[in-house]
Design a protein around this ligand. Structure first.
Ligand SMILES: Cc1ncc(COP(=O)(O)O)c(C=O)c1O
Length: 399
């Protein structure tokens, strides 16, 4: 063991019994390199963050340029900072209308917290509805609407008045009534095992929310910014939420989250009382500069379309492997793909063997028989082939 590894285990709070524990020397494009010079192909994009690949030159340059101008100057919402304003304006131009006002945060869970608070204050109602298997972050509010009792139980009591409905179940939508402030949902469940709803579910959910006056919050922390083949996954179903939550890829590798809504809904945060929802670091100018540079690359290079094409190719190649080594099925949208395995043991062994062979991929938090692939949207055809060759060999050896 090197001293760095010893210190990692001794001084950095451990959150899992078996961390991947790569000693990172550098990371660029789709590759992470460890201190021994071993290269790993990152098929997870650091769990959805590195959509442009690691350390995209345009993002790094924007960070350097902004760092030369100013870092932090005042809590979010007080000073007029060019990178923040320009990113908010660009988001308004590309997000589904009429979502044109952005509140910036440091992370996904903070953006979810802000969305829930906004919905409560705007609606004057207190109840939330969310979905079994959903994941929205680990702070108290987000955890309260998280759809896995195993992760809620150690921290209870959480927010009262949360109703959990089965995902993709039209009949259950009748449970949404006039007492509901907001319904929060991931359009495609990520940690829930890359679950894709049928074509009618989200449009029907939108209709039900309209009927009872509940706000609809789409958590697109994982699915947003091109990953599923559209800039926002909600475009796949032609459904516009009342509040859209983004994070992960938004900062191009820097910590940045956001929730967007209409001017009318967002005005609720301006008064009664003012300063009722503020953040010191949310919308940090360096993060927003990185986020703007990243968004411009996504749009200029039409990465949603590239994700669609590369995802179709990867799915096609993986379908051929179904049946070997306990691999029983595969599904996906764009470059968000779930591989089903027969048992948790075979899933874990597959992930570990892939890792030893230089592929970073992961099982999901709520489904221990699903392996998630979410590679950078810039992954090349050669890298896709390289990954499939390694996986094919491992599955073949596992029988
Ligand atoms: C769908 C979804 N929402 C929210 C979050 C929380 O984001 P963060 O870890 O930035 O707080 C995550 C994190 O994985 C997520 O997948």
């Amino acid at each position: 063991m090197t001293a760095l590894r010893d210190d990692f285990f001794r001084y950095v709070c451990q959150t899992s019994p078996a961390p991947l524990g790569i000693e990172v020397a550098r990371a660029h494009g789709c590759v992470v390199v460890d201190n021994n010079g071993k290269e790993y192909l990152d098929l997870l994009s650091s769990i959805g963050v590195a959509s442009l690949g690691h350390a995209h030159p345009a993002v790094v340059q924007a960070i350097k340029d902004q760092a030369d101008r100013y870092l932090h100057t005042m809590v979010y919402g007080e000073h007029i900072q060019q990178p923040q304003v320009r990113l908010a304006r660009r988001l308004a131009e590309v997000a589904p209308a009429p979502l044109s006002v952005t509140y910036f945060t440091n992370s996904g869970t903070e953006a979810v917290e802000g969305a829930l608070k906004t919905a409560r204050k705007y609606s004057g109602r207190s109840r939330f509805v969310s979905f079994i298997g959903g994941f929205h972050g680990d702070t108290f509010g987000s955890l309260s609407v998280g759809g896995n009792p195993l992760y809620r139980a150690p921290f209870e009591p959480l927010l009262p008045s949360v109703t959990f409905l089965p995902f993709n179940d039209m009949a259950a939508l009748a449970m949404i009534d006039e007492t509901v402030a907001a319904v929060i949902i991931e359009p495609i469940q990520g940690e829930g095992g890359v679950r894709i709803p049928n074509n009618e579910f989200l449009p029907q959910l939108r209709r039900r929310c309209n009927e009872v006056g509940a706000l609809l919050i789409f958590d697109e922390v994982i699915t947003g910014l091109g990953r599923t083949g559209k800039l926002c996954a909600c475009e796949q179903w032609g459904v516009v939420p009342d509040i859209l939550v983004l994070a992960k890829a938004l900062g191009g590798g820097m910590p940045l989250g956001a929730f967007l809504s209409t001017p009318e809904i967002m005005a609720t945060l301006s008064s009664d009382p003012p300063l009722a929802h503020v953040t010191t670091f949310g919308g940090h100018p360096v993060c927003c500069a990185a986020g703007l540079a990243s968004l411009e690359v996504i749009l200029r290079e039409d990465l949603p379309r590239r994700a669609q094409r590369s995802g179709d190719e990867l799915l096609r190649k993986l379908r051929v492997l179904v049946g070997a080594g306990g691999f029983i099925g595969v599904r996906g949208r764009g470059l968000l793909i779930g591989m089903d395995f027969a048992t948790p043991e075979v899933t874990k062994s597959f992930v570990q063997t892939c890792f030893a062979q230089g592929l970073i991929l992961g099982w999901t938090l709520h489904r221990d028989t699903v392996v998630r692939l979410a590679p950078p949207l810039i992954i090349s055809a050669e890298q896709i082939e390289q990954a499939v060759v390694i996986m094919r060999e491992i599955l073949r050896r596992n029988g």
